[in-house]
Ligand binder design. Structure first.
Ligand code: IMP
Length: 435
């Protein structure tokens, strides 16, 4: 029985979808446990490019895929994603996809609420998908859950409770006039509920049962450690917890049943939206790396901010999550550079910090400490990929191997695989995931 959590080590967009797609061939069930359609997981497979937002990446290999109770679901987006995948030849019926009846539903007012807040002075650069507001509704105990969406009587009662107060607040505080009427909202969402009803399940019970039956379960995180609502660069974070501990809490299985945690680390760093990013590369060098790495948001198309690799983040993540291994992605994107600065520590107020400092008073004065490694400019990446399949890790240029070894040494975590291109075949396995 394998039970593994895959999480993003940085600020999201590390390539988790691709790694989950690769690893899940050995798993029976894939569970998404937090976030919503703020995530964008891109998977290149069989000559097609799948851009998933809500769907666990396991669907592409036709693995049983579950959306757990901790995920927030925009039913319009879910329906559209099902239709798009159907058009791409991937038909996803209820035997493939299950959505926990407890998952909270993103309603129109959550989108207006997100947009209205972001138009003010406290803008943090959200994806505008209503994620913060829906988690607020959930915590405030007036949210609408999937089980309400699929039951017209419950949906009507839930709307009676939450619609008037949201409409009034949006109108009076944010001057939002265009919220659809309660009746129109009911009709539209009851219809979505009717279409999605067959997918409803109890993901907690199903995952628990699968693990007891000796099946392999992969828990797929969205976003990344530095966007964690508790441990990231608050308030420039998302509203859920990507950390591995939350895979248990948000799916509804005992933490004792989850055996392994693996993380996906981009070979450099990116972040979207506002917030601290001490290793950010300013000017032309940053733009060149952004263009080469195609660093534009999958969900919003926004240009991502680009920076050098920061190993203090991986060390922080290792403390929070207990990494058993790392999957390094996009190593090929660094192949045009002469030198590769890597942040190994911070200095702030006369002290040296080994871990990324998330306390504001420390972070605002913190200066990254870099070690500069030689680049691997002369590598023929096509040859590396071709040979990588047969020769494995040894096919990498010497300086690239040194870069990876440096990561391992400073993070204190073994590298399990290295990706040198967008396709499944471009993943070079270094060590098997399971001992
Ligand atoms: P929200 O999750 O839409 O509320 O956005 C909060 C912050 O998290 C913003 O800085 C977003 O850019 C960022 N964010 C949310 N989801 C992702 C993701 O999947 N990848 C990268 N950044 C994300």
């Amino acid at each position: 029985m394998k039970s593994t959590v895959i999480i993003g080590a940085q600020w999201g967009d590390e390539g988790k979808g691709k790694i989950v797609d690769y690893l899940c061939k050995e798993y029976d069930v894939v569970v998404r446990y937090q976030g919503g359609n703020n995530a964008g997981h891109t998977v290149h497979a069989g000559g097609q490019v799948f851009k998933l937002q809500l769907m666990p990446s396991g669907v592409i290999r036709k693995k049983r895929s579950l959306i757990a109770s901790g995920v927030v679901v925009d039913p319009k987006v879910l329906k559209k994603e099902l239709d798009t995948l159907e058009k791409m030849g991937l038909s996803i019926g209820p035997s493939l996809l299950g959505v926990d009846f407890r998952a909270h539903v993103i309603m129109p007012w959550h989108l207006y609420w997100d947009a209205a807040r972001e138009s003010g002075s406290h803008k943090i650069g959200t994806t505008g998908r209503g994620i913060g507001p829906v988690y607020e509704s959930k915590a405030a105990r007036w949210g609408i859950r999937m089980e309400d969406l699929v039951n017209p009587v419950q949906l009507e009662a839930a709307l009676d409770k939450s619609y008037p107060v949201h409409a009034k607040t949006l109108k009076e505080i944010f001057n939002v006039q265009q919220l659809p009427s309660k009746e129109k909202t009911f009709q539209e969402y009851a219809e979505l509920g009717r279409q999605l009803e067959p997918y409803l399940c109890d993901a907690s019970q199903e995952v628990d049962g699968a693990l007891d039956a000796g099946k392999n379960v992969l828990f797929e995180g969205a976003q990344g450690v530095m966007l964690d609502n508790n441990f990231g660069t608050y308030p420039y974070v998302t509203s859920s917890q990507p950390v591995a501990g939350n895979a248990s809490a948000s799916t509804g299985v005992s933490p004792k049943k989850i055996k392994r945690v693996e993380t996906v680390v981009k070979a450099y760093t990116t972040r979207v939206g506002a917030g601290p990013f001490p290793t950010e590369i300013q000017g032309n060098a940053g733009e060149t790396l952004r263009d080469k790495g195609k660093e534009f948001g999958t969900v919003t198309g926004r240009p991502r901010r680009v920076g050098w690799l920061d190993l203090t983040i991986i060390r922080l993540g290792n403390r929070l999550n207990g990494y058993d291994g790392m999957h390094v992605t996009k190593l090929d994107i660094l192949s045009d550079l002469d030198e590769l600065p890597v942040c190994t520590a911070y200095q702030s107020g006369g002290k040296t910090y080994d871990y990324f400092p998330t306390r504001h008073s420390v972070l605002e004065k913190a200066k990254p400490v870099y070690e500069t490694l030689s680049g691997f400019k002369d590598a023929d990446w096509n040859a590396v990929c071709r040979e990588g399949k047969s020769k494995g890790f040894d096919a990498l240029p010497l300086q690239a191997k040194k870069y990876v070894a440096f990561m391992e040494k400073h993070a204190g975590v073994p590298v399990l695989s290295v990706s040198v291109g967008p396709n499944r075949e471009d993943i070079i396995v270094r060590r098997e995931s399971e001992p």
